[in-house]
Design a protein around this ligand. Structure first.
Ligand SMILES: [Zn+2]
Length: 268
């Protein structure tokens, strides 16, 4: 379900002068969904409280011509845990999805996936954090209570059922959800998978509707790992060479690049 809960986003942003600070402020202030903006020039840090997706806020900051790297996400209250999944898949699909437990009952999910066919795509937490055979070895939808597949708002659903994300004409799905069944501490070490097609939410009448939502092949996946909360990531970016998340990620996986999957995955 879409959420109006505000989050605080901590960005590292290349800034070396007061005019940079003014430009960043001007890009954010007054935008609907942005509640507050704090800019720390000395630490090259921008703290934004908003109800926008982290990608939307990053795009606003980068509209000033500066690189921004999201370093942490939190709330105004006590955060109970955070996790991140970096998705990789066939057809150059890439994504970053963050999970933030904002209360014992509510998990906020903020993410962006690029390279998708425009339209709806099923999004599910799967049982296993095993990418040995790509997305095929991730197991089934995370379902500790042995229920049938359903919609996020249904009581009868897999815990891992997050419904659909919508990719626009540019192939990007940028979303912000809140879920009452998913808990960050239950999903660390499992995986997140995006599907080729729309999840029918258990209501499609197909034999697979009650198992997978008949949402098609597994397009991209990633292991869900524990991540830093707000102000807990000490890593700095070089002031002379700010890198985007994608560039940083490419450096990290170079030499360890997963083999590309050429054949479509079975519809499981
Ligand atoms: Zn399911």
């Amino acid at each position: 379900m879409h959420t109006d809960a505000a989050t605080k986003l901590e960005f590292a942003v290349q800034m070396n002068c007061e005019s940079c600070v003014k430009a960043v402020r001007a890009a954010l202030q007054g935008v609907q969904g942005v509640h507050s903006v704090e800019v720390d020039l000395a630490h090259e840090q921008v703290l934004v409280e908003s109800t926008l997706t982290s990608q939307e806020v990053q795009t606003l900051i980068e509209s000033t011509g500066r690189h921004a790297v999201l370093k942490g996400m939190g709330t105004t209250g006590q955060d109970l845990g955070a996790a991140v999944a970096i998705l990789d898949g066939a057809h150059s699909i890439k994504g970053v999805i963050r999970f933030l437990q904002i209360s014992p009952e509510h998990c906020l999910i903020d993410g962006t996936v690029d390279g998708l066919e425009p339209g709806l795509h099923g999004l599910h937490v799967h049982e296993l954090g095993d990418l040995t055979l790509g997305c095929l070895s991730c197991g089934e939808h995370f379902n500790p209570f042995k229920k049938q597949h359903g919609a996020p708002e249904d009581l009868e659903r897999h815990v891992g059922d997050l419904g659909n994300i919508l990719a626009g004409p540019d192939g990007r799905a940028s979303f912000r959800l809140e879920d009452s069944q998913l808990k960050v501490w239950d999903i660390i070490g499992r995986s997140l998978v995006v599907s080729s097609g729309e999840d029918d939410l258990g209501k499609g009448g197909h034999p697979l509707s009650k198992e997978t939502g008949n949402s098609g092949e597994r397009l991209a996946c990633g292991i869900i790992a524990r991540s830093a909360g707000l102000f807990k990531n000490p890593k700095q970016i070089c002031a002379c060479d700010g890198v985007t998340l994608w560039e940083e990620r490419a450096r990290t996986v170079s030499g360890l690049k997963q083999k590309e999957t050429k054949t479509p995955f079975a519809n499981l």
